[in-house]
Design a protein around this ligand. Structure first.
Ligand code: ASP
Length: 401
């Protein structure tokens, strides 16, 4: 019995992370060669995303007892997403201003060959990016945000059709959802092997040296992420939801671990849904609505990281940012984190928009690229933890009302 408990997928995943680091560091070439094993695992997870997003949101909305319940979950979810993202950015700015990493250091030259396309901050493009002109195009491209937008509309529209027809659609998507969850369980059982190969390849590919060169920046980001994950978010959960967030973390820890290893919120979604429903006590209707949406637009870790990264770039470029510019950072970072896709490195690309908003050259992200993958792993697990905590919090709030 005791051995059975010891060799759980979660425990083996933790071992796989450490073993993967050693593997990538000491057996560099092997680790690069076995990257394909990690890629297969990742691809299997990704394969489930679109059907799961579609089915889980559809059944979440159509199983609500009425439009009032939908409104109530929707408002709570958005209030949670926005307030926690804002708190993350504020925390990032405060921690940055306390430690002031990079102040007085003028390090690194901008590499010549860097090729970065700037993201423009245009409200109309931002709004239009939500609406799919062609849902099949969005599905085939895996454009999650437009798919979510369509599914919400489709599901809400279904609430207005004949009950018999609605139940036909409901049963169909419910069955799709259940079948996908069975597949998700199968894929999850491969996690330790997948994570071992992914981490090994990441460590082998990324030089560890820049981590030491940019240590003041790296430590500031990690400290702020840690405070957000261990103090801010749990405090919100405890105060508003009345549950023990740390106990909940132990139940669902597999998802943040996979987010850490894959650096992708989207790829982690099948796992998040599984653990929230099976282990975390979150109902299908809340998890199905809050988690896919959260994985796409609620990125506390990304928001926090971007605010610190921009300030750090300003510091090492010798640019003093005014309070007004810090407020601009606050606003643009919030949008940038909403717009960032749940894939590796998306936060860095969106940051070009933030740099531009305060007049810093977008090429300067080259200064922090070397440590981005490393920080991406941490910020993605905080993104995921924020979503899972939000799902539980909303579940508790609904139960109480
Ligand atoms: N990799 C992050 C995620 O998937 C996004 C980012 O690059 O910050 O959540």
């Amino acid at each position: 019995m005791a051995t059975k408990k010891l060799f759980t997928v979660e425990n083996l995943t933790i071992v796989a992370i450490f073993a993967g680091i050693a593997y990538g560091y000491f057996l560099h070439d092997f680790a690069l060669a076995t990257k394909v094993v990690g890629d297969i695992y990742l691809q299997l997870l990704k394969m489930l995303i679109i059907p799961l997003v579609f089915a889980s949101i559809y059944i979440a909305i159509t199983s609500l007892s009425g439009k009032d319940e939908l409104k109530s979950i929707g408002i709570k979810a958005f209030a949670y997403y926005l307030s926690t993202t804002a708190l993350a950015v504020i925390l990032g700015l405060v921690v940055f201003n306390i430690f002031n990493p990079g102040n007085g250091e003028h390090l690194l030259q901008l590499p010549q060959e860097i090729n970065i396309t700037k993201k423009e901050l245009s409200i109309s493009d931002f709004l239009l990016s939500f609406i799919p002109a062609n849902i099949f195009e969005a599905l085939s491209k895996g454009a999650i945000l437009p798919i979510i937008f369509f599914t919400i509309f489709f599901a809400v529209g279904s609430l207005f059709i004949e009950a018999k027809k609605r139940s036909l659609l409901y049963n169909f998507f419910d069955s799709v959802n259940d079948a996908m969850m069975v597949l998700a369980k199968w894929v999850i059982s491969l996690t330790p092997i997948g994570v071992f190969a992914l981490i090994g390849a990441t460590v082998a590919k990324n030089d560890l040296e820049p981590l030491f060169e940019l240590y003041s920046y790296v430590l500031t980001v990690l400290l702020a992420l840690f405070i957000h994950a261990v103090i801010t978010l749990p405090a919100i959960a405890y105060i508003f939801g009345g549950f023990n967030p740390y106990r909940y973390f132990l139940q669902i820890k597999e998802a943040p671990l996979i987010a850490f290893s894959t650096a992708s919120s989207s790829a982690t979604l099948p796992v998040s849904l599984e653990v929230a429903e099976e282990k975390g006590g979150v109902s299908k209707k809340v998890a199905g609505f809050v988690l896919p949406l959260g994985a796409t637009i609620n990125m506390d870790g990304t928001a926090l990281y971007e605010s610190i990264a921009v300030m750090f770039i300003a510091n090492i470029s010798g640019v003093e940012l005014t309070i007004a510019q810090q407020i601009t950072i606050f606003i643009t970072v919030t949008f940038a984190s909403i717009g960032a896709a749940g894939i590796p490195g998306a936060g860095l690309i969106m940051m070009t928009m933030v740099l531009d908003s305060v007049g810093l050259p977008v090429e300067s992200i080259a200064l922090i690229i070397a440590v981005d993958r490393f920080l991406d792993m941490f910020r993605t697990s905080i993104n995921n933890w924020g979503d899972l905590l939000g799902a539980k919090l909303i579940e508790q709030l609904l139960r109480r009302s």
